[in-house]
Design a protein around this ligand. Structure first.
Ligand SMILES: [Zn+2]
Length: 304
């Protein structure tokens, strides 16, 4: 399953922050509100494509990825409500998934650990063994599907199914694979009545579009067969975008917290609030002047 990092206690957080040193981004004073806010069981925070390098000063495309992630974390920590969970949807490390990259990523997300449970998943720049070893005390290493990490967790208004579309590290396309697709079909068949949201790193492969899921057609068959699937949330293209699939499933392409591929596109994170019959997704751009910043997409789930 994607690594579930359980929430840490206030006491544990302060201890870790003290060990990390007051000069770091973990200084408790930076996160004064972290323990005081109420939790909203219908709110989720989505981060994607942080691309964190061991060297926190490293820039790519003119962007300091560590600074960007730290800024997203600060905003989330100051948010008026705590989310039910925080999902980081793949491409955690800069390029090839070095152990030192994961160590820096772990440091930067530490304040989130005090806020909510976190789910981490894998993209094409992740490396499974290094990923599993990066969080040895927190990792739930049970693998539902051999060599893949897939998990389901339930919230009051939806089941979230987190998939692993990493095929080969540093190869751009992704693949779910037959075993994981069978697992997904079984999970959905067992829970036909509650809305289901599928989360994976890679985009559906569109003709002429950016390299995405090699087995997109199989996932689209899942959309057709299981009507309770209402949304597919993914990253990979570093391009915030929302559209409706021909099946009526909502497609939510998360922005990167790191760098964008196309100048002018926003980076940041996404707040999701589940309603009974849909959800709203709000872009939290790191550039508050970006035209799409704070735009809320109110999505209605397909029926029946
Ligand atoms: Zn990426």
């Amino acid at each position: 399953m994607p690594l579930l990092l359980p929430q840490v206690s206030r006491r544990e957080f302060l201890k870790r922050a003290a060990l990390a040193g007051a000069a770091t981004a973990l200084a408790p004073a930076s996160f004064a509100g972290i323990f005081g806010n109420a939790r909203d069981q219908h709110t989720f925070a989505f981060f994607s494509d942080p691309h964190i390098a061991a060297d926190a000063a490293l820039k790519n495309s003119g962007v300091n990825m560590a600074d960007n992630l730290a800024a997203c974390v600060r905003e989330l920590a100051a948010w008026p409500v705590k989310p039910a969970a925080v999902i980081v949807n793949g491409d955690l490390p800069f390029k090839s998934g070095l152990p030192e990259d994961y160590a820096m990523f772990g440091k930067l997300i530490e304040p989130v650990r005090a806020l909510a449970p976190m789910h981490l998943s894998l993209g094409n720049h992740d490396e499974r063994e290094n990923f599993w070893q990066a969080f040895p005390h927190d990792a739930t290493k049970l693998k539902t599907v051999p060599h893949k990490q897939a998990t389901r967790f339930a919230s009051a208004r939806a089941n979230l199914l987190l998939l692993d579309s990493l095929d080969v590290t540093l190869a751009t396309p992704g693949e779910l694979g037959a075993a994981q697709l069978e697992w997904l079909a079984r999970e959905l068949a067992a829970r036909p009545d509650k809305p289901a949201i599928i989360v994976g790193h890679h985009n559906l492969q569109a003709p002429g579009g950016p390299a995405g899921l090699k087995d997109s057609a199989a996932l689209e068959e899942v959309f057709a067969r299981h009507r309770q699937v209402k949304a597919y949330i993914y990253g990979h293209t570093h391009n915030w975008h929302v559209e409706t699939h021909a099946s009526g499933v909502q497609l939510i392409n998360l922005p990167p917290t790191g760098y964008v591929f196309k100048e002018g596109r926003p980076s940041g994170w996404v707040r999701c609030a589940l309603a009974r019959d849909g959800a709203e997704f709000e872009l939290r751009s790191l550039d508050a002047k970006h035209a799409e910043h704070a735009q809320v997409k109110k999505l209605q789930w397909r029926t029946g």
